[in-house]
Design a protein around this ligand. Structure first.
Ligand code: ATP
Length: 453
């Protein structure tokens, strides 16, 4: 089962500290959200899982963490200054603004239903900010609209500082900013979000095969995070809808509570980006329509050792949204169950590696010195195993603690009771089955490690 409506997820997220509207106490700002105590753990776990699979578990990738503020020259040559736009229409009646391709009801204003709309005109989605103390417009930067451009501009730095040869990839996670005309559907479309992007550089001619490889690899990864395969759809982006850099893009769509939409895009960006940012473009046979006359001082090319020729690699890009991932996984994990006498329990059946809290240690009686001290010791020992956050719950209400930890997806709760003092064992309760078993404190570390492996 998944959530039935977005409202169920929004309510759980606020109630249990996953997500809050940003600037809430001043009325909030549309399209911005803050991750609360549970949200930040969950999001970090998701990012870690991605990093592990994209960098640590591979032998052909490197990582990067580049700056968010981006030079206009970079975004000129990437094509973003000219083409990173959405079609904007104004409603003359109520003065609201909409994305032309999202007017669902036959060209009527979604707010007041008027048909008195302007013609669509391009609206650039990039945020600008001044650099330096003098704000006279002469020196500005953009907040990056995607994380990958700095991967391209660092291509040579990374090649020169590592021993990589094509095919190889550069992975980066981080914030991206888009001045979306109509942010909506909770954290699905926001103005500040995070991306997890891999740019995988390959020899031209091998690109189609690598593209297929990454599409399948990425679907497999989402399934390993807990998304049912039938809720993921492979969608071929129509030729006339491809981004300016793309030869072919396949979107991995997910059936969100508001409908099926893109979770991740896997694009074949060809030699567009490295070509656009390269010195002396004319020295290369560049296949894509690149921005001509780059002022770059660097040749972003590699040498084919057999043919002794320089060429610009093609790039395959799996680009996923962290926030859309959070939303999809919360939705997949959401369950409502009837337990004893028609009492409802809500639980997040998250995979343990993603759960914000790995285990809660609960002394049966609040503030009982012996029970609390022993619980603290158990908590500290489990925490030292380094598998994620473990918490101590000293409120004395076991039932309430179980409910709370079900709702935030904690896989196990450990209760320390008076018997524990005698038999040196704790009660371990499983989130999904609610089954309880006694485990000796001596074996707890091993038990816990097995649980998470
Ligand atoms: P859409 O068509 O939904 O606007 P896009 O095709 O513009 O998305 P890409 O440029 O391919 O998106 O960005 C890669 C990923 O970044 C997307 O698959 C998505 O997960 C995420 N993303 C893009 N825009 C947003 C946004 N405004 N809010 C949250 N995530 C986003």
């Amino acid at each position: 089962m998944t959530a039935q409506t977005m409202e169920e997820l929004v309510s759980l997220c606020k109630r249990r500290g996953f997500l809050f509207q940003s600037n809430d106490i001043y009325g909030g700002i549309k399209g911005l959200y803050d991750y609360g105590p549970m949200g930040v753990e969950f999001k970090n776990n998701l990012k870690q899982a991605w990093w592990k699979s994209m960098v640590y578990e591979r032998d052909d990738t490197e990582g990067l963490d580049a700056s968010i503020l981006s030079s206009p020259v970079v975004l000129k040559h990437s094509g973003h200054e000219d083409t990173f736009t959405d079609p904007l229409v104004d409603c003359r009646a109520c003065k609201s603004r909409w994305r032309a391709d999202q007017l669902f009801e036959n060209n009527r204003c979604p707010n007041c239903k008027s048909e008195d709309l302007t013609e669509p005109r391009p609206f650039n989605l990039m945020f600008k900010t001044a650099i330096g103390p003098v704000d006279d417009g002469s020196s500005f930067a953009y907040l990056r609209p995607e994380t990958c451009q700095q991967i391209f501009t660092n291509f040579k730095n990374i090649l020169d500082s590592t021993s990589r040869t094509v095919p190889f990839g550069i992975a980066q996670m981080g914030k991206a900013f888009r001045n979306e005309i109509t942010p909506r559907n909770f954290i699905f479309r926001v103005r500040e979000f995070e991306q997890m992007e891999l740019e995988f550089f390959v020899k031209p001619g091998t690109d189609d095969e690598w593209h297929e490889y990454w599409i399948n690899k990425r679907i497999e990864w989402w399934v390993n995070q807990g998304i049912k395969k039938e809720n993921l759809k492979k969608i071929e982006v129509e030729k006339n809808e491809l981004a300016h850099y793309s030869k072919r893009t396949v979107d991995i769509n997910y059936v969100f509570p508001h409908g099926e939409e893109e979770l991740e895009g896997v694009a074949n960006r060809t030699d567009f980006d490295l070509g656009s940012h390269t010195k002396n473009q004319n020295d290369f046979k560049i296949t894509s329509e690149v921005m001509k006359n780059s002022s770059s001082t660097t040749k972003l090319a590699v040498q084919d050792l057999e043919e002794k020729k320089w060429y610009i690699p093609y790039v395959i890009e799996p680009s996923a949204g962290v926030d859309r991932g959070v939303l999809a996984l919360l939705n997949e994990a959401y369950r409502e169950e009837n337990v004893d006498n028609d009492n409802k329990r809500i639980l997040l059946s998250l995979k343990p590696h993603l759960s914000p809290i790995k285990a809660a240690v609960i002394p049966l009686k609040k503030n009982n010195e012996e029970l609390v001290n022993l619980s603290k010791e158990i908590k500290s020992n489990l925490q030292k195993l380094g598998l994620g956050r473990v918490v101590l719950e000293n409120s004395g209400n076991i039932g309430k603690n179980y409910r709370r930890h079900d709702e935030i997806g904690t896989p196990i709760c450990l209760t320390v009771d008076f018997e524990t003092l005698e038999d040196k064992s704790v009660t371990v309760r499983d989130r999904d089955t609610m089954k309880q078993e006694r485990v000796s404190i001596e074996n707890l570390s091993e038990y816990y490690k097995k649980y998470f492996n």
